[in-house]
Design a binder for this molecule. Structure first.
Ligand code: AMP
Ligand code: FE
Ligand code: FE
Ligand code: ZN
Length: 289
């Protein structure tokens, strides 16, 4: 029902469960969101929708609104760009094919990184598997947890600042589509695309205006400008571009449970923006808890 607001605030549109690299199961995550006082949350695991069903069931019992979503890995040459996608059809053939390809590439890449790390630190692939749930989207956070379990780092963040840092010699990228193609795939599946934390690299590496204009033409809905990792000058520049191109602005926590310091609801999205997002999303529906 367009225009009718049936969700409550506060609204946090970016969270991760153990289906990717969060530390809580989808059900635990939804409970944590309700306990934190959120009225609406989106589940946005990396390259996977496997948590939607469980999260929806818990959202119904907890009286919290769930926006089904995903954080789609994309890449512009060596730069990783994350695309939040909401309310798409999870069984759409284009989405299924591309996310399967990315998850498979992540797996191969993680095994190769672990092989190289293992040569210096004795870490094994079994150590990493012990830190993942079956079918989880595997990433550096799981390697970080294995390094912590083996005593090579004290926390995930320490592992990211050291052994897993891109210039430490073990880093390797993985296949991911160009953001333009990812936006087309998400829109074709009835979804609504928002670029996640687009200002983390500073003003020199902000997505150039000409490229942003093409992404807007392809159907980009918004920019996640309220996120703790966005840098002030780059964020200010992107606020200008958002205004110029009619892009919506979202704010979210990017909560990963104990895996990151980000707290649920530390940034939130305006109800008007969520209203517009719901009006454009046709591939799946919010679960109004
Ligand atoms: P990957 O996609 O495998 O290269 O790993 C990147 C993921 O690691 C992102 O989703 C981040 O949320 C997560 N990440 C990055 N830095 C940290 C950190 N310092 N502590 C915990 N997780 C992190
Ligand atoms: Fe993550
Ligand atoms: Fe991200
Ligand atoms: Zn995220």
């Amino acid at each position: 029902m367009a225009g009718e607001r049936r969700f409550r605030g506060p609204i946090d549109l970016h969270t991760h469960s153990s289906v990717s690299d969060g530390t809580e199961t989808p059900s635990q995550l939804v409970r944590a969101a309700a306990a934190a006082g959120l009225g609406t949350m989106a589940l946005t695991d990396h390259d996977s929708t496997a948590g939607w069903f469980e999260a929806a069931a818990t959202a119904r019992t907890m009286g919290i609104t769930l926006i089904p979503g995903m954080e789609f890995s994309t890449r512009i040459s060596f730069l990783s760009v994350h695309l939040l996608a909401y309310l798409f059809d999870p069984s759409d053939a284009g989405i299924v094919a591309e996310t399967s390809r990315v998850r498979q590439a992540r797996l191969v890449r993680a095994e190769q990184m672990v092989e190289r790390i293992g040569a210096d630190y004795g870490l094994t692939w079994e150590d990493v598997l012990a830190q993942t749930t079956p079918d989880a989207t595997v990433g550096r956070p799981h390697i970080a947890d294995a390094l912590v379990a083996r005593g090579f780092a004290l926390t995930r963040s320490e592992a990211f600042a050291g052994i897993l840092h891109w210039d430490a010699g073990y880093y390797q990228p993985h296949y991911a589509p160009d953001p333009l193609r990812a936006i087309e795939i998400v829109r074709a599946a009835g979804g609504v695309p928002v670029i996640a934390h687009p200002a983390t690299r500073g003003v020199d590496d902000v997505i150039p205006e000409s490229r942003l204009a093409r992404l807007v033409d392809a159907g980009l809905f918004g920019l996640e400008l309220e996120h703790r990792e966005n840098r002030p000058e780059a964020k200010a520049r992107l606020y200008e571009l958002a205004e110029k191109y009619g892009l919506h602005v979202t704010g979210s926590s990017d909560y990963h449970g104990e895996g990151k310091p980000n707290r649920l609801g530390e940034n939130t999205t305006a109800p008007e923006v969520l209203e517009a997002l719901i009006n454009e999303g046709t591939g799946s529906a919010p679960i109004y808890g």
